[in-house]
Design a binder for this molecule. Structure first.
Ligand SMILES: NC(=O)c1ccc[n+]([C@@H]2O[C@H](COP(=O)([O-])OP(=O)(O)OC[C@H]3O[C@@H](n4cnc5c(N)ncnc54)[C@H](O)[C@@H]3O)[C@@H](O)[C@H]2O)c1
Length: 509
């Protein structure tokens, strides 16, 4: 049995089992580091496919000038492809398992590994959502089993979540963390819990976005835009759900719900319906978006930009917040009045995600013509996205007029119903709350949470860093408004967040 931390230099031979999407990337990565790789597949044809994928990836690097022909040949020479598991793992110092996400398959494979591996070989699984503890518990030497969760594509993505079970001694996790660093990755060490760091924070947020769509809070395009233009994320949530595959999304949410319970993880009914209809996203041609007809991918549901722009707008300013907007509107030749009159086509009020625009609309006297404008606070990035907020009593044409005005003055805008948090803050702050809960529960440090989300999901800054920029007190007040409006306990600020807000403490220094 293994004892003590093994230095990366002593891990010379690595068996990678399953050369699918993940395994072929992991095999490439390990071979590039100079180690010998046993590349193992279930049969010859899958082996050929997996090796072809791996070769294609190396060839691409050569054609881009990032690898020489000779270096590619050396990397390939270090890889020994085989469909014989026992022979492949016999001399391995480490096995990385990347076969399909099904417990019975993993258990059967680990039974084989019990027989075929040396007693000191470390066994790592790349599972995204299965219990590593359950896999380890079924083996002869459970202490040597741990998680090494790579991200897709493995040669590129910098994060590795290293996962210990209750059976794993610290040296094994430390060995895998050192090896990850040696492979050029940034490891984050956590214990075995559904979703680890990244998926446990990402998937409730994705689920929340589906709920916003199914409750008609906004169009799919505007929900996605709130995340990209408002939060600076590389991809909108509905686009990301389609990319991952809706069946996979559903399975991950079900695993999270089984472990944690509560509404954040209960899969949105619309997700189940799309899966029942076999609309699995990009891979099946249709999910939240339709990939068979590319023109439908970008066209807004309604072409608001073509509605007539009102000749006069009333802009109700309380504290100078909309002064700049008033100048922008005036510059395009539209009259701006301080109060609505019979000439007014649109009434603009400043919207605050903690309060209903409806109340301001009623106070303005022309509630059917009112649109609230909220500029998303974007930390140290340049402010950009405007949320155009429509109370439900708004007249049918008001949204179109507001959108036409935004288009005329060059405002980057989304349209949302009048619900606390609107679009951007409701999505972001609920996730910040989850991130604080993760820290509060002692699962991961703020720095590790931020690193994981930046390197695993391409966040420009981690959620806790973003939370600090906005301020805990503001996040608490928006969450409280969301909770009051929905009654959903998931939006209650977690105790640690409330404490930090009261004390003015930051999560990151
Ligand atoms: N796809 C992702 O984005 C992603 C990201 C991180 C982790 N993961 C995890 O990585 C694992 C693999 O996922 P994937 O997307 O690469 O799957 P995949 O279906 O692309 O590849 C799995 C491969 O394993 C092979 N295989 C099946 N049984 C085998 C056996 N007994 N011995 C050897 N090979 C066998 C299959 O032939 C297939 O080629 C899963 O546990 C998944 O949850 C996936």
């Amino acid at each position: 049995m293994t004892s003590g931390v093994i230095q990366p230099t002593d891990i010379r031979e690595v068996a990678v089992i399953g050369l699918g999407l993940m395994g072929s990337g992991i095999a490439e990565l390990v071979a590039r580091s100079g180690r010998r790789v046993d590349a193992i597949e279930i049969d010859r044809s899958f082996l050929d496919q997996g090796m072809a994928r791996l070769r294609a990836s190396l060839d691409k690097a050569v054609s881009r000038g990032k690898l020489t022909d000779a270096a590619r040949d050396e990397i390939l020479a270090r890889i020994r492809p085989t469909d014989d598991v026992a022979a492949g793992v016999a001399d391995a110092d480490l096995v990385i398992e990347a076969i399909p996400e099904r417990m019975e398959l993993k258990k059967a494979l680990f039974d084989q590994l019990d027989e075929a591996c040396r007693a000191d070989t470390i066994l790592a699984t790349n599972t995204s959502s299965l219990s590593i503890t359950e896999i380890a518990g079924g083996t002869r030497y459970g202490a040597r089993v741990a998680g090494m969760h790579f991200f897709n594509p493995a040669p590129v993505m910098k994060l590795v979540e290293v996962i210990s079970t209750v059976l794993t001694p610290p040296e094994i996790a430390e060995t895998l963390a050192l090896l990850s660093s040696d492979l050029g990755k940034t490891p984050v060490q956590v214990s075995d819990r559904a979703g680890f760091v990244v998926n446990a924070l990402l998937f409730p947020y994705l689920n929340h976005a589906i709920r916003l769509l199914e409750t008609a809070q906004a169009t799919r395009e505007d929900i996605d835009k709130a995340a990209t233009a408002g939060l600076g994320l590389p991809m909108g949530p509905l686009t990301l759900l389609d990319l991952v595959g809706l069946d996979t999304d559903l399975a991950i949410l079900e695993t999270l719900q089984a472990e944690f319970g509560g509404s954040r993880y209960a899969p949105a009914p619309l997700l189940r319906k799309l899966c029942d209809a076999r609309l699995f996203g990009r891979k099946s041609g249709r999910g939240f978006y339709d990939y068979r007809r590319p023109s439908t991918l970008t066209a807004p549901a309604e072409d608001h930009g073509r509605a007539p722009v009102p000749a006069e707008v009333a802009l109700i300013r309380e504290d100078g917040r909309l002064d700049e907007l008033a100048s922008q509107i005036t510059a395009t030749g539209i009259r701006v009045a301080p109060q609505p009159s019979d000439e007014t086509g649109l009434v603009i009020v400043a919207a605050d995600p903690r309060h209903r625009v409806l109340d301001a609309a009623l106070a303005a006297g022309h509630p059917a013509d009112v649109v609230g404008v909220h500029f998303v606070e974007s930390g140290n990035r340049k402010p950009g996205l405007a949320e155009l907020v429509l109370p439900d009593i708004t007249a049918a044409g008001t949204a179109a007029k507001a959108a036409a005005l935004a288009a005329r003055i060059g405002l980057d805008a989304v349209i949302t119903r009048d619900r606390p948090g609107f679009l951007t803050e409701t999505l972001a702050y609920a996730q910040f709350n989850d991130a604080v809960r993760m820290f509060q529960d002692g699962y991961a440090s703020p720095a590790d949470i931020d690193t994981a989300m930046m390197l695993g999901c391409g966040y420009p800054r981690g959620p806790l860093q973003m939370l600090d920029e906005v301020g805990a007190a503001r996040v608490v007040s928006v969450l409280e408004a969301m909770h009051a409006a929905t009654g959903d306990p998931a939006f209650t600020p977690v105790p640690l967040l409330a404490e930090y807000a009261a004390a003015g403490t930051r999560f990151r220094n």
